[in-house]
Design a binder for this molecule. Structure first.
Ligand SMILES: CC(C)(COP(=O)(O)OP(=O)(O)OC[C@H]1O[C@@H](n2cnc3c(N)ncnc32)[C@H](O)[C@@H]1OP(=O)(O)O)[C@@H](O)C(=O)NCCC(=O)NCCS
Length: 215
């Protein structure tokens, strides 16, 4: 028996969008049918054999296609809101080789990439990216539009605000809180809670910039 397929448009057409398309193509029941460019009209017509549409030209597809965001930075929020206004629903994508506890919740439009683990009672909000091989402990709360970098480790009970960017290979020990809009540098080890909109780097992580505009 052939499963019905959901047609997916990847919003974004840069390199992370190609990775997202690759992930989506491995999820049974989903089929990537094109990309949507929102920055530079006519930059390219095709990408790996699939059409690249200009954003204004896909309004008519909102009833028959679902969306997955292919922007890797926290700028994804703006594009997602634009697509939602056009009527698109965002699909959440869990790669078949990720492990998500049956007691965890994954919000609309979030991506859990290959090799990642989301442990018991954790809540991942909407439009979050859990990138390759990240491990999220139990009873963690991650708010919308946050990006969890490849190979990072989030200890149990952490509270991570919205639009946070956690760099590749960073570690948060258990029960730290990260304020919305903060950026944690790749490889950092966060041992204490951090306020909103700071950049923290190093081992142990120290704040090196305040009042930042996200990543
Ligand atoms: C933190 C990061 C986002 C840079 O942010 P930025 O605002 O451009 O910061 P800057 O490059 O101005 O760095 C500020 C300071 O922090 C230092 N720094 C930056 N990233 C660092 C890191 N990961 N570890 C230690 N120090 C770091 C810089 O050397 C600089 O120090 P200096 O002022 O003494 O020269 C980036 O370095 C990073 O770690 N990115 C991770 C990217 C990632 O996860 N990619 C995976 C994609 S698949």
């Amino acid at each position: 028996m052939t499963l019905p397929e959901t047609k997916i448009l990847i919003f974004g057409a840069r390199s992370f969008a190609e990775e997202v398309a690759d992930l989506v193509s491995e999820v049974p029941g989903l089929r990537v049918v094109g990309y949507v460019e929102n920055l530079e009209r006519g930059r390219l017509d095709m990408l790996h054999g699939l059409p690249v549409y200009w954003i204004d030209d896909v309004v008519g597809l909102a009833k028959t296609h679902q969306a997955v965001c292919g922007l890797g930075t926290t700028l994804r929020r703006e594009l997602i809101l634009q697509a939602k206004q056009m009527g698109f629903e965002f699909k959440s994508v869990v790669h078949p080789k990720a492990w998500v506890s049956a007691t965890a919740v994954i919000g609309e439009g979030s991506i859990v990439s290959v090799g990642s683990v989301v442990a018991a009672r954790t809540v991942v909000g909407a439009h979050v990216v859990v990138n390759r091989c990240a491990s999220i402990g139990h009873h963690v709360n991650i708010e919308d539009y946050t990006n969890i970098g490849p190979g990072s480790h989030i200890g149990g009970g952490c509270q991570i605000g919205s639009g946070v960017y956690i760099g590749i290979g960073a570690t948060l020990i258990d029960h730290v809180d990260i304020g919305s809009g903060s950026v944690i540098g790749g490889g950092a080890v966060v041992t204490k809670s951090l306020p909103a909109r700071v950049l923290a780097v190093g081992v142990p992580a120290r704040i090196v910039k305040e009042d930042i505009q996200g990543k």
